[in-house]
Design a protein around this ligand. Structure first.
Ligand code: 0RA
Length: 642
């Protein structure tokens, strides 16, 4: 075999699996559906590691009718020989000892068993039944477990328990498990979630095939990306108009760090950058991302000077100018033992040595790309220089806005009815559609901690406008000043004056449109408000059901029907459908929608930034055909308000 450096003794023997069953949350985060999917991901990542080590080429995943999950690969197969210290098969050690994991060979990068991965033994501990089959030396070795405890020896077997329709190659590992119902409230995995996870992996491990089958529904999907990061950039830019239609990409190993980067500009105004370290998403960025940004800024400035796009007297283009419309992905792989993660969610790469390496590889790559593709270079230069001009215009506009605020003695906008509370953590800001509902809200609110900002009519569609244009728009200016965060390059979410911003619109088409416009604005220009969990949607009732002398509010049709069914027998039932907030008097509005004791609110969260990005581009952007397609596909899910 190619890899002789691995021996069974490299496996660290630590402890048994009891702690995992006692406190599963410590190992997989939670025992809800997310924890359940963590199990599947864990096992898949072991196979992905075998692919990263250069051996597995395929990963098969089957979700069975009985919720049995099968993950198979065509790697080398987990070693089965006797582990010298444990005096048991290495396979058994791997599956039954916490933190036991083998090295995947020198210089290889593994994603499981590191900071995020917990290893197959944790999955075993939390499975009612598990079976691992190792195909090696023209034999199939198998071992079965129950709640982490071996039920059989590791021994060659003529039979396989893998789904019959899979034809698996002579070497590899097949892991099958049924999550433990006594630990997980549900063991029903979600096909879509698994599909998404493997799709992400596929983009990052070019050349690896993923095959997913769902025996419950007959669905199947296969992922394979030859182009690696280029495919991911292409995918993110779907529905947008490309500026450089040939995306940039580079891959190079330097000083034992494998660097991969790709970018493409589109006609949008916002930036999407994703970064990864050893296939782990680094949501907070880090040294690899900094290196990339420095390289991009320097390469573009160098080219702009050399080719007369910038004159001697002109200032350099800034990092900010590079961002507009940029879609980029940066990924590094290095020895996982040296990886350092920092930041609030430990998703920021901290390795200082990575920055200069990425910087150099990407700078050289972009220099070459621009020299070899003058057409593409010209388009990029024009886009970036336009952004620089817009930046200067936006700065002037913003300064004017801020100056105006200062001249008015730092006063808050007159339209805002503020609350008495000064502690942001206790304060709420209601964004209310229309002056009349605004009036009711002002009277109905608790003035101690609830502030009201009425918004008149439609706000600007910020998806299609640039910051300087956005700032010319009165409603948005007012909103930004009321929030206190600022906007653009000087946004400071920590200055938010309210930790609950509640959008309250009518339950009709116009109300939903205003809701979408506001969500677009927050998503594109103040994403920090959403990330911090500050943004909410008020849920006013849809009906008032009056039976005899008693009135009840219903927030949806089922609720209305059930109230009528429960209480309405033989009595006169009055049903009032609220068309707008204005139909409620201040007391009713307080009682149903604003009183923290009784109200219902939806918290706005972004589960999948790339997907949300698509949806906003599609619904709010310039291109019509993708919007049409989206509407045609989703029309059946829409409720019509006629
Ligand atoms: C340790 C060493 C070797 C392979 C593996 C682990 C391995 C683990 C998993 C888990 C899922 N699929 C896997 N495939 C391989 C290499 C042993 C050798 O040198 O033959």
């Amino acid at each position: 075999m190619a890899d002789n450096s691995y021996t069974a003794k490299d496996i660290q023997v630590l402890e048994g699996l009891e702690p995992v069953r006692k406190r599963p949350g410590m190992y997989i985060g939670s025992t809800d559906i997310n924890g359940l999917h963590e199990l599947v991901k864990e096992i898949i990542d072991n196979s992905v590691d075998e692919a990263l080590a250069g051996f597995a080429k395929n990963v098969w995943i089957v979700i069975g009718k009985d919720e049995k999950v099968t993950v198979a690969d065509d790697g080398r197969g987990i070693p089965v020989e006797i582990h010298p210290k444990a005096k048991k098969s290495t396979l058994e050690v791997t599956m039954t000892i916490l933190h036991a994991g083998g090295k995947f060979g020198e210089g290889a990068y593994k994603i499981s068993g590191g900071l995020h991965g917990v290893g197959a033994s944790v999955v075993n501990a939390l499975s009612d039944w598990m079976r691992v089959e190792v195909r090696r030396d023209n034999k199939t070795y198998a071992q079965e477990y129950k709640r982490g405890k071996p039920q059989t020896k590791v021994e060659p077997t003529p039979k396989t328990a893998a789904p019959e329709f899979l034809t698996l190659p002579p070497t590899g590992t097949t892991t099958m498990f049924i999550p433990d119902k006594s630990i997980f409230p549900t063991i029903v995995t979600d096909y879509k979630v698994i599909a998404k996870k493997i799709k992400e992996r596929a983009y990052l491990v070019a050349g690896l095939f993923f095959h997913l089958y769902d025996e419950r529904t007959g669905l199947e999907v296969h992922y394979y990306f030859d182009g690696g990061l280029k495919s991911l950039v292409h995918h993110i830019n779907k529905g947008k108009q490309a500026i450089n239609d040939i995306p940039f990409s580079v891959t190079k190993t330097s000083q034992d760090i494998f660097v991969e980067a790709a970018f493409q500009y589109s006609d949008s105004y916002t930036e999407t950058i994703e970064s990864f370290a050893n296939v782990i998403a680094t949501a907070e960025g880090g040294t690899h991302l900094t290196g990339f940004r420095m390289a991009l800024t320097r390469a573009i400035n160098d080219y702009a000077r050399k080719n007369g796009y910038l004159k001697e007297k002109d200032d350099n283009l800034t990092g900010e100018d590079m961002r507009e419309g940029l879609t980029a992905v940066v990924a590094i792989k290095m020895n996982s033992e040296n990886l350092q993660f920092e930041g609030q969610t430990k998703s920021k790469l901290g390795n200082a040595e990575v920055q200069p390496v990425v910087m150099q590889v990407v700078k050289e790559g972009i220099d070459t790309y621009l020299e070899e593709n003058p057409q593409q270079a010209r388009k990029i230069m024009e886009k970036v220089i336009l952004a620089a001009k817009a930046r200067l215009a936006a700065r002037a506009a913003k300064e004017a806005v801020l100056r105006k605020g200062a001249l008015e003695g730092m006063t808050l906008p007159g339209k805002l009815t503020d609350c008495q509370e000064k502690d942001p953590a206790q304060s709420e800001l209601y964004l209310v559609e229309g002056d009349s509902a605004g009036g009711s809200a002002k009277q109905g609110r608790d003035r101690k901690f609830q502030a009201i900002l009425p918004l008149r009519g439609k706000i600007l569609n910020t998806e299609r406008a640039r910051l300087d244009k956005i700032l010319e728009f009165e409603e948005i200016k007012t909103l930004i000043i009321a929030l206190g965060t600022g906007i653009g390059d000087t946004t400071n979410i920590d200055k938010a004056r309210y930790h609950r911003v509640v959008i309250m619109t009518d339950a009709d088409v116009d109300g939903e449109h205003i809701m979408t416009l506001l969500l677009t604005f927050f998503f594109r220009y103040l994403p920090g408000i959403i990330e911090k969990g500050y943004l909410y949607i008020a849920m006013p009732p849809l009906y008032k059901v009056t039976i005899g002398k008693e009135s009840n509010y219903a927030y949806n049709d089922e609720e209305k029907d059930s109230i009528v069914k429960q209480k309405g027998d033989g009595k006169t039932v009055g049903i009032q459908r609220y068309k707008g907030l204005g139909e409620m008097n201040p007391e009713q509005l307080w009682e149903t929608t604003m009183n923290p004791e009784t109200r219902i609110m939806k918290k706005v969260e972004v589960e999948d930034a790339a997907e949300a990005d698509h949806v906003f581009t599609m619904l709010m952007g310039n291109e019509v055909p993708p919007r049409k397609r989206f509407i045609q596909t989703h029309a059946k899910n829409a409720t019509l308000d006629i």
